[in-house]
Design a protein around this ligand. Sequence first.
Ligand code: C2E
Ligand code: MG
Ligand code: MG
Length: 641
Amino acid sequence: MKSISFDIAAVILLVILLGSYFLRKMTKGISNSIVIGITVIYIIAACFDIAAVTLDNRHSTDLSALYTAHAGYLFTHFLGAPLHLAYVISLTDTWHLLKKKKWMQVLLILPFPVMIGLFVMNAGNYLIFSVENGYTRGPWFGFLYMATLYYVAFDIAYLVKYRKLFTFVKMLSISTVIPLSVAAMVVQMLHPKLIIEMFCGAVGLMIVSTGIQRAEDYIDTFTQCMKMSAYVYDMKRTLSIGKHVRTIMINLGNFQSVQAMVGFDAGMEVLRKVADKLQDIDKKMRGHADLYYLDNGRFRIVFTESHFQKVEGIAEAMNAALKEPIDMNGQSVNLMPFVVLAYYPDEFKTFRALMAFGADFHQRNPYTGKVLLASDIFDKTQLNIRNNIDRIIDRALANNSFEVYYQPIYAVSEGRFISAEALLRLNDPEYGFISPEALIVAAEQNGAIHKIGEYVFEKVCQFIASEEFRNLQLDYIEVNLSMAQIMHSDLPEKYLAIMDKYHVTSEQINLEITETAAAYEQEVMMQNLDRLTQAGINFSLDDYGTGYSNMSRMIHLPLKIIKLDKSFVSEENTKKVWIFLKNTVKMLKDMDMEIVVEGVETQEMLDAFSDLQCDFIQGYFFSKPIPQKEFVAFISRANKA
Ligand code: C2E
Ligand code: MG
Ligand code: MG
C-alpha cells in the first residue's frame, strides 16, 4: 500500500501558499507569475498523484482512469524542472539575452518534443509506464529523471554565472530547492511506496517564497510602488547584464512644502494618489513599466526595450495628470512635477551617475512644466565627466597629473604677501580642465579624496621645504580639507607624518575647513581638530557666510582665521550688507580671530575691505591661482617692489 498523506499535506501547503501570494499582492512581474504557475502546476500534479495512488491501492480495473491519472501526474510533475529554470532566468532578468541566442533556445526546448513523443507512443508500446497489470514503469521511465537533471544542470550553470546578482540568503533559498528535489527523486526511485516528491516540491516553493519572493522587501506600503532598495537592485542588475532601459524620472519639486502644509498623513495620501495616477496611465497605455517610489516625492517609471516607443507619450500623459490639482478633503493641492526622460545606461554609464543626477535635477533647473530629456538639461561634457570620474581620478593619480596651484594672500597692515592658498588643478587629456569642485565631490563619493588630499598636502610640504620657498619669506600655506577627510580618523597621523618627512613646522601650515563641516557635531572630527591643534596647526573657516553655520558650535571650534566668502565681495552690496559686514568683522576681531576676504577683483573692493580692517585679501585683483613656478616668480617680483 502506498500512502497519500504526504500528497494531501502538499496540496494543503500549496493552496495556502497560493492564497498568500494574492494576499501579499505578489502577482506582478514575470518572476511572480512563474512562481504562481509552478504552484498551480504542483497542485494539479499532487491531485493526479492522489488519484493515481488511490486507484492503485484499490487495484482498480478502470484502465482509462488509471492511465489518465498516472500520465497526468508524470507529465505535470516533469514540468516542474523547466519552470524552475524559467524562474531562475527571470530572477537574473536575462530573457533579452536568451532571445538573441537561438542555439540556447533549441537546447532548452529540446526535451519537450521528446517527452511529448514518448507520452504519445506510450499509449501503444508502454515506453514510460503501463497500467495493464497494475502500475509498472517502462524501459524509458528513466528519461523523465534525465530530463529533470538536464534542467537542473542549466539551473546550476545560471546560478553560478550570475552569482553576483544574488545575496547570500537569496542564493541559499533558491539553491536549496535543487538538493531537496534531487534527494526526493532518489528516495522515490529507491522506495517507490514513499510518495514524498510533491511534498518536497511544496516545501521548496515555500522556502523560495519566504526567502526570495518577499513582498515586504520590494513594496512600499504607502504607494504600492516598488521601494528604493528594489530600484537600486534592479538598476544595478540592468547595468551588469547589459540591458537597456528608459526611465521617466519624476521629482515632485514642492513635495516637502506640500507635506509641511497638509501634514504627514495627508502628505502620504498625496503620494498614494500620485502613485495611483501613474499606475492608471501605465495600465491604460500598456507601458508594462515597473513603478518605483524612492523618497521625498521621487518616482521612477522604468520601461524595457519592447515598450520604448510608448515612453514619450506616457511621460506626457503623466506630466499632464500630475499638473492637475489633487483634492485633499476639500483642500486643493498643486504639485510641481519635474518630469525627465533618461536613457540608461546609454546616458548614465554608472549607477552612481544615475543616482547623482536623479537626486537634485529639480533643484538645478528652473520649472518649465514640460517633459525634459536628461541629455538636454545635463551638459554633455559634465555628464561624461560624471560617468567617467573614477577612471579620470585613477588616471590622474597614476600619471601624476594632478597639480597644485597657489593663490597669493596679501596682508593689509604689513603691505606684503604673507601666505597663499593651495588649490587643486587637473588638466585631463580627454576632458581638459575639470573644476576642483566637481572633482572633490566625486572623489568624496568614491573614496579617492584621501589619496588626493594627501597628494596635495605632500606637494605643499615639498614646496615649503624647498630653497625657493625660504627665499619668498611667506609665513604659511593654506590647504583645503574636505568633509570626508576631517571625518576620517587617520587624518592627523598621516598629515603629521608628511610634515615630519619634509621638516615642515606647524606654523607653516594652515588647514581650511568649510562651514558645512564645522556645523557637524561629530566625535572623530573633534578628535582630529584637537589632535592637530595640539600639534600646533591653525585652522581657518572657509566660505564663511554661505552655509548654515551653527554659531554656538563655531564659537567652540579652534579657529584662528575666518575666510569671508566671495559672495560678500560685490559692487552691488546694499547699505545693510555693509553694516552687516562691518559688525561681523568687529565681532570676529573681538573674538581674536583674523579675517581673510576671498574673491577681491577690483581696487574698489580692496579699498572697501581694507577700510573695514580686514587682515588679509585674496583674489584675482592680485593674482589668480597659478602654478608653483609662476607663483615663485610673482612673489619674488612683488617682494622686490
Ligand atoms: P575655496 O577653498 O573657497 O577656494 C577659493 C576659490 O575661489 C578658488 O576656486 C579660487 O580660484 C576662487 N577665487 C579666488 N579669487 C577669486 C576672485 O577674485 N574671483 C573669483 N570669481 N573667484 C576667485 P577653485 O580653485 O575653483 O576651487 C574651488 C573649490 O574647490 C575651493 O574653494 C575648495 O573648496 C575646493 N578645492 C580646491 N582645491 C582643493 C583641495 O586641494 N582639497 C580640497 N578638499 N578642496 C579643494
Ligand atoms: Mg579654501
Ligand atoms: Mg572659499
